[in-house]
Design a protein around this ligand. Structure first.
Ligand code: AMP
Length: 625
């Protein structure tokens, strides 16, 4: 079947299409309905069916591939490398599930996972799935304030952490930040389970904190039966930034999620059972959930979990792993390739990459020089793919498992099966044809695997995503796009205040709220500007209450961001200015701040009331150049 026919069949008859795909996973009890869309935009996939993610990722493979490696855990920071067969993974996940159960975790309870890239993070996620508990993994780069808002929203019974991670040779504290976050949060978890890696001394809270090694010893031989859950039972919550300061808990189901990942492994990633996949992401991100943990395991592959940078011990490390473990499918973000691009290209030809079939890149726009450089260096197809935390798997890609279509530079390809993607005029809601810039939307129902709702807030799901286009209930991606006459999409940036720093999504409003907490800050605006390496970086414009522009204020502000949100969100620069450009009604014109900072034409500034403010801002920027 051609790509066109395949895609069309998924849109014209989704029930038939997904009924077929659902055969890729195990159903303990078959579903009675493929899709219930009686209450749009809430789609219920595989209603009435019972299944379990952990069973599909582990137990199902025990008979056929029990002795095959399931997980390869590599830390170039602690110089450790360990493999787990499917049997060994089964044993460890059962132990972790037993620990959680003994500490009061039941079906539907939340477990927050705040961990570096260590094997126990995978055990934790899979153990939750085994119990029907809902995990919420929080990226280790987030600091105490961000963590506290997530604790309050998810209300986890147990939090699992490690005392520290490591990055670029430096110890990254986890447990101390978690303690601070629990202090800040209104909700208090009953237990905190700590994997002590021996990297950092830490204090414990009696009665609350548990040592993983001690608990592990108590449950060495425990087996925890799989909890069969409804296909629509939530499997996890993953928080992501939006236009308000309060992060959204993206809630994903179980059955649709497993089917979508299995189908994506087959038709997009083209990984075969028994092969090795290397997704260099973090379990704190959607890519880590889908393609470091669940996708490859559901597909019976061996998956590499990697702690470290692509540069240590030398910039050949990732390719060395490809050679050693005969990786066939690799996945990372363009930023990582831009980092490698600054190094000696000889590293790309030093190792035997003959096993590698495809390199996937996602999370941010893939620029042509980067794509060409890596493609020529490793001589493998580079597959740009576009998606969001909300969708959990690609929306746009060349689907080589369906048809090997040509790649076009700058384009993440064509709509993926199941996604009815359109470009709409922002103000009229009218559908646009080729070469017209519009908002990328998904016509409902969202396919399996996409978010079900915002955790605990159905109304927010509807109003945030489905009510932005006039006269139509349609899911907005908040991305601008354009489509060529062959149906290839090009992504042209966000329609909202979300920025993308090295593939990580950040809400500028969150950073603004954080800066505003400084006692001397009267007004603040944060915008994302272009950066050669990271794609975008945030920069801040701050008006102080007392009019001071003392340089120490800038370092104080940076410290606040580090402590509250994490270094990831730290602005590249903060300019102390007297006024911000505003409309007559008092709205800050961030677009103008962004244009000035990037040295671009200002465009339409007719709405700015006092245009002399722009000159002052330009002056502040010039002074710092
Ligand atoms: P996140 O949910 O953090 O993965 O961020 C999703 C956002 O990243 C999307 O809405 C896009 O703005 C951007 N993005 C992801 N993948 C791509 C891609 N392949 N090309 C361009 N932008 C992308």
């Amino acid at each position: 079947m051609s790509y066109k026919e395949f895609h069309q069949s998924s849109i014209e008859n989704p029930e038939k299409f997904w009924d077929e795909q659902a055969k890729l996973i195990h159903w303990e009890k078959p579903y009675t309905e493929v899709l219930d869309y009686s209450n749009p935009p809430f789609a219920k996939w595989f209603k009435g069916g019972l299944t379990n993610l952990c069973y599909n990722a582990i137990d199902r493979h025990l008979a056929t591939r029990g002795d095959q490696i399931a997980l390869i855990v590599v830390s170039t920071e602690t110089d450790q490398e360990k493999t787990y067969t499917y049997k060994e993974l089964y044993t460890e996940v059962n132990r972790m599930a037993a620990i959680l159960k003994a500490n009061g975790v039941n079906k539907g309870d939340r477990v927050l996972v705040y961990m570096p890239m260590i094997a126990e993070a995978a055990f934790a996620m899979l153990a939750c799935a085994r119990l029907g508990a809902i995990h919420s993994v929080v990226f280790g780069g987030f600091a105490s304030h961000s963590l506290a808002t997530r604790i309050d929203d998810a209300e986890p019974v147990v939090i699992i952490t490690a005392e520290a991670g490591m990055r670029a040779g430096k110890t990254v504290p986890y447990k101390p930040l978690l303690d601070e976050a629990i202090e800040l949060a209104k909700y208090k978890p009953k237990k905190v389970l700590i994997v002590n890696r021996g990297l950092l001394a830490f204090t414990t809270v009696t009665g609350r904190d548990l040592d993983y090694a001690t608990e592990h010893q108590k449950h060495l031989d425990d087996k925890v039966p799989v909890e069969w859950v409804d296909a629509t039972h939530p499997s996890y919550i993953l928080y992501t930034s939006g236009t308000t300061g309060k992060p959204k808990g993206i809630q994903r189901d179980t059955g649709g999620h497993a089917v979508a990942l299995a189908a994506s492994m087959k038709y997009i990633f083209c990984g075969q059972p028994g092969e090795t996949m290397f997704t260099a992401s973090d379990v704190g991100w959607a890519v880590g959930h889908s393609y470091t943990i669940y996708g490859p395991l559901i597909n019976g592959m061996s998956s590499i979990m990697y702690e470290g940078t692509p540069l240590r011990p030398d910039p050949g490390i990732w390719w060395q792993l490809v050679e050693k473990y005969k990786v066939t499918v690799m996945f990372t973000a363009p930023t990582a390739i831009r980092v490698l691009k600054k190094q000696d290209p000889a590293y790309l030809s030093k190792y035997d990459l003959s096993s590698l079939r495809l390199l996937f890149l996602a999370g941010e726009p893939l620029d042509e020089p980067t794509a060409t450089w890596i493609h020529e260096g490793i001589k493998k197809p580079v597959v740009d793919n576009y998606w969001q935390t909300e969708t959990g798997w690609p929306m746009m890609a060349i689907q080589r498992g369906v048809e090997v279509m040509p790649h076009k530079f700058g384009s993440p390809g064509v709509p993926v099966f199941g996604y009815n993607l359109k470009l709409l005029d922002e103000s009229t809601g009218e559908e646009l044809g080729p070469d017209k810039k519009g908002v990328v939307v998904i016509e409902g129902p969202l396919p399996p695997g996409c978010m079900q709702t915002v955790w605990g807030d159905d109304q927010r799901f509807v109003s945030t995503y489905w009510e932005t286009v006039p006269g139509k209930m349609t899911y907005s991606t908040f991305d601008w796009g354009i489509k060529d006459k062959d149906g290839y999409f090009f992504i042209l940036g966000r329609t909202d205040d979300v920025i993308n720093v090295a593939g990580h999504r950040l809400g500028t409003r969150e950073i603004e709220e954080c800066l505003s907490s400084h006692t001397n800050v009267a007004e603040v605006a944060v915008v994302g500007i272009e950066d050669q390496l990271k794609g975008q970086v945030p920069i801040g414009f701050v008006v102080t209450k007392d009019g001071s522009n003392a340089p120490e204020i800038e370092s104080e502000l940076m410290k606040i961001v580090d402590a509250k949100l994490g270094a990831l969100a730290r602005p590249a620069k903060i300019y102390l200015v007297n006024l911000l450009p505003k409309t007559r009604s008092g709205k800050i014109v961030r677009r103008a701040l962004q244009a000035i900072s990037e040295g671009r034409e200002l465009g339409d500034i007719s709405t700015i009331e006092d245009k002399t403010v722009l000159d002052q801002i330009q002056e502040a920027i010039n002074q710092r150049r």
